[in-house]
Design a binder for this molecule. Sequence first.
Ligand code: ADP
Ligand code: MG
Length: 252
Amino acid sequence: MTPHLEPHSPLLLAIEDLSVSFDGFKAIEGLTFYMDMGELRVIIGPNGAGKTTLLDLICGKTKASEGSIKLKDIELTKLAEHRIVAHGVGRKFQTPSVYESLTVYENLEVSYPEGKSVFGALFFKNTAEVDRKIRKTAATIFLDGELDRLAAELSHGQKQWLEIGMLLIQEPELMMLDEPVAGMSVREREQTAELLNRISEGRSIIVIEHDMEFVKRIARKVTVMHQGKILAEGSMEKVQSDPRVIEVYLGH
Ligand code: ADP
Ligand code: MG
């Protein structure tokens, strides 16, 4: 295979000169970041590097002081959070937020996007189609045997998977996961790596993660953040052997 002959994927995300300050402290400072459509990008970096803040900025939870975030040709920095969701940005927070008193099936059902016509009228959900999609999603997240269980009864890891499923069923254009394996057992971490490798096919995903064993299992291109900026970017091998990355992150 000749890599230089492969067609270049179009840009999905273009972040340029992005900054945000909290009481004078620059959590993100002049950050520039590009991501192609269909990429699975892993972002690593020490605590306080600004990783979660970057996701907050992309999804509109935090507003930028300066700079631009473009999803294809849509400028996101000017949009309210719900508008950004409507443009297909889906985000999973560090702690799982599922509906504890609903079953696994119901959690997926309520996450299924409501169809809206151009006139704003609700479509009828085609029950058979929704049911098929729920079961398919449940199988993807290893919960097809748990459909009738209350979310409250799931293990922490299973709740994390359920929340990934609740995002997946919405088929976001860009899916962002903040530390998805935090609090998981070794076996659950391995399964989550398998899950991400499987769902990354045809999807664009940003994963923030600390667990380097997990990162090695899923990483294609890795971005290293430090003090609100990009410190290094490239293959796992490249960033792992970068002296600046070893100095600030991997060395200790
Ligand atoms: P990471 O996810 O890489 O560990 P964060 O993005 O959570 O880092 O935080 C980056 C820095 O910004 C930290 O020093 C944090 O204390 C600060 N920070 C993040 N959000 C806020 C906020 N809403 N108000 C004040 N400081 C914040
Ligand atoms: Mg964080």
